[in-house]
Design a protein around this ligand. Structure first.
Ligand SMILES: NC(=O)c1ccc[n+]([C@@H]2O[C@H](COP(=O)([O-])OP(=O)(O)OC[C@H]3O[C@@H](n4cnc5c(N)ncnc54)[C@H](O)[C@@H]3O)[C@@H](O)[C@H]2O)c1
Length: 302
């Protein structure tokens, strides 16, 4: 189910090509309660994986009502319909943003959340996590798995599926892809004077296929109550290292300039992913170079 705000129905053809099965699809908005009811009336679900949301951080600062309505009201509609149909298992796409400004790295799941979040997008993730925890208190059969993504990158190895955002992208790799395609003249690297080995910010970039597999591992291990896992690699990579890796995969120089620091950017964020390994038997296996090669294949084919 998707309202196609940031996706295309043609993706279904590509999924069918890869897995040999065409997923049943509904073009429905989470804010359309009766549309949602119809989806649940017509199908029997064992569990819901809830990815749908708006995610542009800067836009969320400018248009908070839109973000709270889409992400919070949309999720509440989904949870109400799940309740009406006795569907009691949900996996939710949360974000490392909920940690706000963590005091130390690597970040473990038991760190305090909700403090120092700098934007409405991040707050919607935090609020939805709290809503899910409350439901698990009220209903001892309900199962909610919260997956806190670090920085997803890459594409499917077939080159068929990848990131192709509709609006102005916010994250590093979609911008790198636009620069590589010549749609943007250059990449801005926000700050090279941080206290990191090369002065640029360090993040935990995780291949999107590893991330997807984290959902399958979670689905196979669901039990009543709230489970929370970081989905990250545990390894930090700087912006300059990402640019170098992209250049290795593309064989071309990526034009970039050093720009002033952005307010709110923290020097270094990466996950402690041990809990997911211990409890789900999942860990990220693909490298940054894998992600860059897959991104290049997606770019060339699309
Ligand atoms: N990409 C990241 O860096 C990142 C990091 C942490 C968390 N997340 C979260 O993971 C989830 C998936 O992210 P993504 O990068 O694949 O984003 P995406 O925009 O590609 O996917 C979200 C999908 O939800 C759909 N959608 C949005 N609002 C909807 C609504 N009201 N009804 C129905 N469909 C709706 C969009 O059309 C889109 O296809 C999001 O919830 C995002 O916040 C993403």
């Amino acid at each position: 189910m998707d309202n196609l705000f940031n996706s295309k129905e043609s993706v279904l053809d590509k999924i069918e090509k890869i897995v040999g099965v065409r997923p049943k699809f509904y073009n429905v908005d989470l804010l359309d309660f009766s549309g949602l009811e119809k989806v649940f009336d017509e199908n029997e679900f064992e569990a819901v994986i809830h990815f749908a949301g708006l995610k542009a951080v800067a836009e969320s600062v400018e248009q908070p009502v839109k973000y709270y309505e889409n992400n919070i009201s949309g999720t509440l509609n989904l949870l109400k319909v799940m309740q009406n149909h006795s569907v009691k298992r949900i996996i939710f796409s949360s974000s490392a943003t909920v940690y706000g400004e963590p005091k130390s790295v690597p970040i473990s799941e038991d760190l305090l959340t909700g403090q120092g979040i700098t934007n409405p997008y991040g707050r919607t993730k935090y609020m939805i996590e709290e809503i899910l925890k409350d439901i698990c208190v009220a209903d001892s059969d309900f199962s909610a798995t919260i997956l806190r993504y670090f920085n997803p990158v890459g594409a499917h190895e077939s080159g068929l599926l990848g990131e192709d955002p509709s609006g102005k992208p916010n994250n590093l790799m979609p911008i790198v892809m636009k620069v590589a395609k010549g749609e943007y003249p250059e990449l801005s690297v926000y700050g090279d004077d941080y206290n990191t080995p090369d002065g640029t910010c360090i993040r935990d970039y995780i291949h999107v296929v590893d991330l997807a597999k984290g959902h399958i591992a979670s689905l196979n291990k669901m039990s009543a109550g709230v489970q929370i896992y970081n989905l990250g690699t545990g390894k930090g990579t700087s912006v300059l290292e990402m640019i170098n890796a992209f250049e290795r995969a593309s064989g071309e120089k990526l034009p970039y300039k050093i720009a002033p620091r952005r307010a709110g950017d923290l020097p270094e964020l990466y996950a402690n992913p041990e809990k997911a390994l211990r409890e789900l038997g999942w860990r990220a296996k693909l490298t940054i170079d894998d992600a860059m090669e897959d991104t290049m294949r997606f770019l060339r084919q699309n």
